[in-house]
Structure formats: structure tokens, C-alpha cells
Design a protein around this ligand. Sequence first.
Ligand SMILES: [Zn+2]
Ligand SMILES: [Zn+2]
Length: 332
Amino acid sequence: MRAWVVGTPGPVDSGPLRPVERPVPAPGPGQVRVRVSCCGVCRTDLHLAEGDLVPRRAQVTPGHEVVGSVDAVGPGAHRFAPGERVGVAWLGRTDGSCRFCRRGDENLCTDPVFTGWDVDGGYADACLVDERFAYRLPEGLTDEQAAPLLCAGIIGYRALRCADVPPGGRLGIYGFGGSAHLTAQLALAQGLEVHVLTRGEHNRELARSLGVDSVTGAAGDSPVPLDGAILFAPAGELVPVALRSLDRGGTLAVAGIWLSDVPRLDYAAELFQERRLRSVTANTRHDGEQFLRLAARLGVRATTVAYPMDAAPDALADLAHGRFGGAAVLLN
Ligand SMILES: [Zn+2]
Ligand SMILES: [Zn+2]
């Protein structure tokens, strides 16, 4: 089968992705094999290709927003029948036994396996998944619409909860790409006031089209004090900017897996008055299932830009250079 792998991590324009021919993998115990029809392109894939994220395995195939159909079932796997549509997401497996898993925080597992980082992901014709970590997908969504929900959507949902905005409160969103545009729809549907601060005309246009309450440039201050904010842009210099825009008791949740250095904080102006700064780390399966249900019910829709699987490097480069609004997907 065809697959893309991260060869030598480096700047996206140096071509870190390499095409390879590999045998179709056979599902092991408890696993199913997924024939990939569509795989979303997440900023994490870019961080991996560029070497911001330390590779956990050489020549790994990226991709953790995978939609496809089950085409082989391993020993003991019985949750899905061949032909069923499933989603494969970032959380590939947890040990189920560490103290974080035992208290229900499997997103903090001390021995996790991530799709497209520890094990091969969906930039390929097929991939394997532990069936316990695969998702059933809502009907009524095409494969292309469903793919971005699997990381961009789920992580945004967790970030929104972490930002802890009271009912009817004001949410700030810094950076407006694949994850943010889904999160904004969720927040609006839940009755929050949404203020978007982002660079890039594509992003601002997309935000406006969703009917958010205000759109301004990322470097600017929020037009209103915020009850909570989510930083989607991987830009540490925005942490103090966003903290200063928080009202008393507000929370800033940093959604990304990678962030450039955060400058020195000014305690009085940026943290005092019980403002909180927190990260968002992966998600639990419960988050995923809840989000997929909510997205279907509330009509959350991804704006997608489709590329053929063969053009994966172009999709990553376009993401790096901000050449589209919404979420890129690769189609087989
Ligand atoms: Zn664990
Ligand atoms: Zn992701």
C-alpha cells in the first residue's frame, strides 16, 4: 500500500514527508484495520514533520483524523463488523492501569500511544486501530466533514470546557483554524458570546461567516473583557496578550500540543485577580463521544479544503503558510 512517512524532520518547504510502499498491515489482537477514505490534516502533523515535536518513532506515518471502513478484524476484536464506518483519532491507546487512567483522566495516561506519532496514522491507504479507541461516526456527515471532528473538533471541545466560561459568558478565541472554527460553532450554539482574534484574512472571513460577535487582529486587545479564552495559535507571545484580556476570575486554556516560548508574565496585570492559565492535553474517549454527539445534534460543520492523498505535502505547506481557512483533508 501507499503511505507517507516523516523522513527527516525539517521545515515544511524542505520536504520532510516521503512516500513509501509498505505491506498492508495485519490487525493484531483487539485491532481492526481501516481502509482510509479520508484523513484530516492537523497542525500537530506539521509540528511532527517540522521536528517541533520530537519523533517517537522513525519513519512514522502521520494522520490522526482518519475516516474509513473496517476491512479486516484481528483476533478477539468484535466491536465492529467489516464494512462499518469508523473514526480513528489521536488517542490510540492508554494503559488503563496508571493512576490517571484509574481516576478517569486517561488523557493524562503515563503510557499512552498516539496515532500518527507512536503508531502509523492515516496518511496512507490503510491503518490499524485498537477497536476500543475507534469511534462510531454520526450518520448524515460525509467522510470529509467527519474527519476534522476527530481531533480539531474533540480537542476544541475539551478546550472549551477547560476555558470554563459561565452560561451566556464571553469567550475569546485566539487563532482561527481547523479547531477554532468548530469550537466557535459549538460555543455560539451554547449561547456564548464569541470574540475572535486572529491574523490572516481567510481566518477572519471564516469567523465572520459563522456569525461570531467580533473579529479583530491577533495582536490587538479583545474589545470586551473575557470570561474565558482559548489560545489555538501556537504562539507563546499571545499568552500575556490573552491573559490581559481576561476579566477577573477568567481562564485561558492553551489548546495546542506545542507552543513557542511564553514571555515573562507580569503578575499584577496578567495573573492577579484569580486569572488562570492552563493547558489542554489530549482528550478522553468520553470527550470524543460527547463531542461527536453534540456536533451532530447542534449541526457543527467543518469548512474543508480537500487534497488528494498524493498531495499531502502541499496540504501541510498550505497549512504552514496560512493559505486556506478551515481544515484540510486528504482523500483516497
Ligand atoms: Zn494510564
Ligand atoms: Zn490533531
